[in-house]
Design a protein around this ligand. Structure first.
Ligand code: FES
Length: 245
């Protein structure tokens, strides 16, 4: 029961270097769950683009996207009251479990889906540690937003310009974060390292998706038994330890 809709853009602004935040008024907000994504049709481009959902409000969704090419560049030209052809919500999302403590780990454009995840865990009363990794200071976004939810937020940057110098795992170690249940989204190398370190929780894979519906097999990964999994349909969220990364 996915829906296509012409959503109304409420705002579209740059929040960090090449990182944009867009709020769209849409009925899809009623069905969406944290960690799911929508497929966006950018005017003038044939293929829809998968963009993860950052926040779910009563009547709107917030998405955060990075300028990666002509399509996403074109998205930055859209303004309030423009229409955006969207389809979704897609994928399985992060389960929100009964956990006293959760550790949310995000890298770069993997950060946005963790925001709604954090919000829902905070609503359940869980203690939430958030560790966000970026390349440098000008790439950092949403630190204050996570703090406003009541999360403990730590930052890692590769160049050391903010927070711990190094990877998210370096920050977790430096700050003595011992929470053992994770939900994570970010680049493959980061997920690989987390998957080797933790045994409980979930990771969300980024994959080039074409159809987003489980039909084209363009997004297939293997589990550890060698079975094929479609990131778009069977994921993008998988249990820690399941996927051969
Ligand atoms: Fe087509 Fe996943 S993108 S099957």
């Amino acid at each position: 029961n996915n829906m296509q809709e012409n959503a109304v853009i409420l705002s579209n602004t740059e929040i960090a270097k090449d990182i944009w935040r867009m709020e769209i008024k849409t009925n899809l907000a009623k069905k969406a769950r944290p960690g799911q994504f929508i497929e966006i049709s950018v005017p003038g481009f044939y293929l829809r683009r998968p963009i993860s959902i950052c926040e779910i409000k009563d009547e709107s969704l917030i998405i955060i996207y990075k300028i990666l090419g002509q399509g996403t560049e074109k998205m930055t030209e859209l303004t309030s009251n423009d229409l955006l052809d969207i389809f979704g919500p897609l994928g399985n999302g992060f389960p929100i479990e009964d956990q006293d403590k959760v550790l949310l780990v995000g890298g770069g454009v993997g950060v946005p889906p963790l925001y709604e995840t954090a919000k829902q865990y905070r609503l359940k009363g869980s203690k939430v540690d958030v560790v966000l990794g970026f390349n440098d200071e000008e790439s950092v976004f949403y630190k204050e937003e996570f703090e406003q939810l009541g999360c403990n937020v730590e930052i890692a940057t590769m160049d050391g310009s903010v927070g711990t110098k190094g990877t998210v795992l370096d920050a977790i170690q430096a700050k003595n974060i011992d929470t053992d249940f994770i939900s994570a989204c970010g680049p493959l190398m980061m997920l690989k390292a987390l998957d080797a370190t933790y045994t409980k929780g979930y990771i969300s894979l980024e994959a080039r998706m074409a159809c987003g519906l489980g039909a084209c097999m363009g997004c297939v990964v293997k589990d550890k038994e060698g079975n094929s999994l479609r990131v778009c349909k069977d994921g993008p969220v998988f249990e820690v330890g399941k996927v051969a990364l």
